[in-house]
Design a protein around this ligand. Sequence first.
Ligand SMILES: C[S@@+](CC[C@H](N)C(=O)[O-])C[C@H]1O[C@@H](n2cnc3c(N)ncnc32)[C@H](O)[C@@H]1O
Length: 200
Amino acid sequence: MYDQDFWNERYASDEFLYGTEPNTFLVEQAHLLQEPVLSLSEGEGRNAVFMASRGLRVLGVDCSAVGLEKAHALAQTHGVAIETEVADLAEDRPPENRFGTVVSIFAHLPSSIRGRLYPLIERSLVVGGMLLLEAYSERQLERSTGGPRDIDMLMTIDKLQSEFPNLSKVLAREIEREVLEGTGHTGKAVVVQYIARRER
Ligand SMILES: C[S@@+](CC[C@H](N)C(=O)[O-])C[C@H]1O[C@@H](n2cnc3c(N)ncnc32)[C@H](O)[C@@H]1O
C-alpha cells in the first residue's frame, strides 16, 4: 500500500508535505549527532538539510526519487550539499561500521522489512555511534493527525528494544506531543522517541 508510487504521488506537488523545517526531536538532540549520518526514509530533505547546515555529511536514503529531487532543491536553497540514494529499504544493504549516526524520523516500515533491515542498521554504526528515532506510536492508530493506518508499521518502546537488541538504550519514551509538520503531520499525536548506542 505505502509503496514507491504512493510516495512519488504524495510528493508530486511543489508543496513540501512535511514542511521545510526540521523535526523538533532531531533539533532537540542535535548535540548527539556525529557524522557521517545515514538518514532513513529522508523524504523531501528537511532533516538532511538541517544536519548539513550544521556541517555534517549526510546520506539520505528514500524510495521516492521525487522526494529526493525536492531534497536536493531544498539543499541548494540553503547553500548546502547532501548525498542521496534512491533505494527500497526492503533491499538496501547499508555498509558495516560506517555511520556515526543513523537517523530515522517517521520512517515507518512494516515488520517484514524491519526484521531484515534493523540488524544491518545496528552493524552500520561505528562503535560509539547512535541511532536516533522518532515514530508514531501504536496508540496513534485511533488519531487522524498523521502516520500510517497500519498497526504493524507503528512503534512501541518494546518493539524497538527487541528489534535493536545489540544497542544500549540512551533514551526511550512514549509521549503525547504536538507534531506540526506541513500538511502531513497536523497536531496532537502519540510518538515514541528512542536513542541507543552501539557499545561494541
Ligand atoms: C512519513 S514520510 C517521512 C519523511 C521524512 N523522514 C520526514 O520526516 O520528513 C515516510 C518516508 O518513508 C519513505 N519510505 C517508505 N517506504 C520506504 C521503503 N521501503 N524504502 C525507502 N523509503 C521508504 C517514503 O518515501 C517517505 O519519504
